[in-house]
Design a protein around this ligand. Sequence first.
Ligand SMILES: Nc1nc2c(ncn2[C@@H]2O[C@H](COP(=O)(O)O[C@H]3[C@@H](O)[C@H](n4cnc5c(=O)[nH]c(N)nc54)O[C@@H]3COP(=O)(O)O)[C@@H](O)[C@H]2O)c(=O)[nH]1
Length: 871
Amino acid sequence: MTGHERETGAAKAGLRLDNPVQHFLRRWASEIRPGETLPSYESVALGHLGRLIEMKALAFRDAGEAGDLRLLRIGPAFAAWADTAGDVDGGETGAAVVSALRRDRARAICEVIARAEESCRPERVETHMIVNGAIATYDLWALPLSNRWGPVSFILLLDEHAARQDLLETMFGATMEGMLALQAIRDRGGKAVDFEIIALNQAAARLLDCEAGALSWQRMSDLAGLFPGQDLVSALLACVCDGGRTHFEATFQGATFEGATFEGEAGARHLRFGVAPTGDLVSVTVSDIADIRAREEALRTLFDDNPVPMWLVDKESRQIIRVNRAASAHYGYGPEDFLAMDVLDVAAPGDRTRMREFLETLSEMRSGAGQAARPVEQSWIHVTADGRRIEVFPYARELLVERRPVILLSVIDVTERRKAEARVEHMAHHDALTDLPNRLLFRTRLEADLVRARRTEGALAVLCLDLDHFKGVNDTLGHPIGDKLLQAVAERFNRTLRETDFVARLGGDEFAIIQADLDDPSDASGLAGRLIEAIEKPFDIDGHQVAVGTSIGIAFSPLDGCEADTLLKNADMALYRAKADGRSTFRFFEPGMDARLQARRALELDLRKALVNQEFELYYQPLLNVATRRVTGFEALLRWPHPERGMIPPDAFIPVAEEIGLIVPIGEWVLRQACAEAAGWPEMIKIAVNLSPVQFKNKRLVETVVEVLQETGLDPARLELEITESVLLHGSAGNVAVLQELKDLGIRISMDDFGTGYSSLSYLQKFPFDKLKIDQSFVRELSDRPEAMAIIRAVTGLGRSLQMLTTAEGVETPEQLERLSREGCTEVQGYLFSEPRPASELARLLACGTQPFERLAKARETGEEEMEAVA
Ligand SMILES: Nc1nc2c(ncn2[C@@H]2O[C@H](COP(=O)(O)O[C@H]3[C@@H](O)[C@H](n4cnc5c(=O)[nH]c(N)nc54)O[C@@H]3COP(=O)(O)O)[C@@H](O)[C@H]2O)c(=O)[nH]1
């Protein structure tokens, strides 16, 4: 690089060409010899520094690249800037280690030397110094020089900028706080009466919304609109008088210099004045506190309008010092009432100590500004002005308000939430219909009672109850009546039980009771008896007289088990026994019951399999006309040859099939099978098929019968359906309608087992039966009990009057036949003629259908095969 080029570079670096430094730099550039990169110290410095001698220092590094930088020959002005210790000798000081200088100076020197070292040309950094209260700005130059004795050395030069900045002016100009200097004006008597603005900063002018120049040398009394009027002047006069400092806040409507006021919130000024006098000179600081005011206002609104009840409470006295609207509305105390109260007055007497202790421990919790409001782990009970008890969760924190420790207390009323929770809890553990405890709660209670009983070596009983004939009520009167019946039953249970007994609805018509603290098993039987009696009495449900009963199974702890599950299972088995034994009765659990239940379960399983595997068979028993003495038809009777247990009689499995609903598909199979069989018989021979009352619950019964008749082609007039009285129980209008539909198809309807029910006669009014089948129990007792004969006579008479056939079942002897015949019985059936026979034997039985029945009877008497006898 040529000297000229370096000079141009220096100029670009911002050199002022008219000063000595600039001349010196040009010299540095011109002294570079061809083939060298740096000029020598001697050529540049010796005899050429002139005026710069004061402003310079010579810098060099100790041996080695990382050696210390040292300064030599430091001029006094440079020494003042560098703040070097040590004497200045002849304008120059001894060597100083740069790293030992003030940190900012050392940094500036190191930085500029590092740059010059790297670029091999003069470099510059800017540096400052306070001189007589003004900020002086310098360029610090480093000029690299070759050195005959060793490494490169540097001439450091300070070049002060022309303008110095006033320090105070700079500071005042930079601050956001307004500052005014005022001079007191005294009257002739020496009393301060006014003030004159002698200086102010831009921030003050801005805050007062006025030009700074316009305010200088103005009297305060002439600027009333700009300031909060007399307040400020009075405060200033007082300060000047007593020499003390003060501050105050003022909110006022601002005005222009000329006195015109600004309207509305935009013109509102919220200023804070700080006043500090020094004799007659007063300095005033002005800050805008509009934001602080707005924040305070927001907090006030947050408190006053908060929907959550809140109080500010004096920490020491616990006196309420502020209260929000929500607290007044919620507790019913007016603000004035609250302000006269100790905050503990809102607590229920039992909760006051806890509340006081909580408030006392608040300061222990205080951990500075970040401390969160402290919730209480437990709720408190508060009492409102009208005496209502409410449950609240409080939140509190300690604050300083106007340097006074206060507690901000707020509460959340959880009374309604608690009620809702209690409702949910109740619903989870109670039956919605009867409001009795449910199975879940029953189990929990039973487990707890069992634990207690084990501890006290006491006894308890579990009673399982089931309503008799409840399904009938539901089916005949509908579910709404069934529901009301269950509610009424629950009420009667409750009335019959003692306080210590515990009743639950387990589901459907199943109930269970725990009888705790049992002294004697007779306590349980006594209770069971009372319950049966209570439920036996008819219920009046919406005008319907509903009669049901209850069967009860009882198991004891510890006798029958010590676990809830075992006891419930055993009581349930006993209930099953009670039902099987005729209902409206109770049974205690016995160990053998378990086996019986197992057997019953096995039977159910086998029955289902039997239907799938087509294990059932139909047997047929002839019906004979007494007048013509010939077979008129056959009754189809179901048989189950069990693959392992042999022939199972229908009495043993039909009730089970009815209970589990399997009688519907089984009955359909019987109907289809019997009709198909009968379709092949001579036309005058009828077929009688038994229908279970459960089959009437199947809505498709009529449809099925129609389908079967169509499929088999059997004339409906040849089909007789035998029903029992229970089909007409409980005013079953629906069943009567079904019977009528069947009858309308041309099918004949027989009333089976007539005379065994409680109100057999009343059923005759409900439906025009084609035939009455006199139950075999009357035939059996015909000769022994005159009442039996009387009944048969009455039934045959009834049949005649109502034009119904009468069939006597179970005819076993010629005498019975003789007497029945004399009473005018139209039809007979019984072992005297034939036992029920399988279909395979029917052809021969049918062959004798045209023979007088004496021959059939005779054949049985002599033990011959009927068919052979008639042949
Ligand atoms: N819903 C259905 N019920 C049916 C069906 N098949 C039979 N049953 C009913 O089962 C009960 C028992 O029937 P069962 O063991 O077949 O007994 C019948 C006859 O064998 C018996 N009987 C006939 N004559 C005599 C006799 O002289 N002495 C005597 N001890 N018993 C005799 O009576 C039964 C016929 O009864 P009934 O039906 O009332 O006419 C029974 O109630 C059957 O109804 C079926 O498919 N579905």
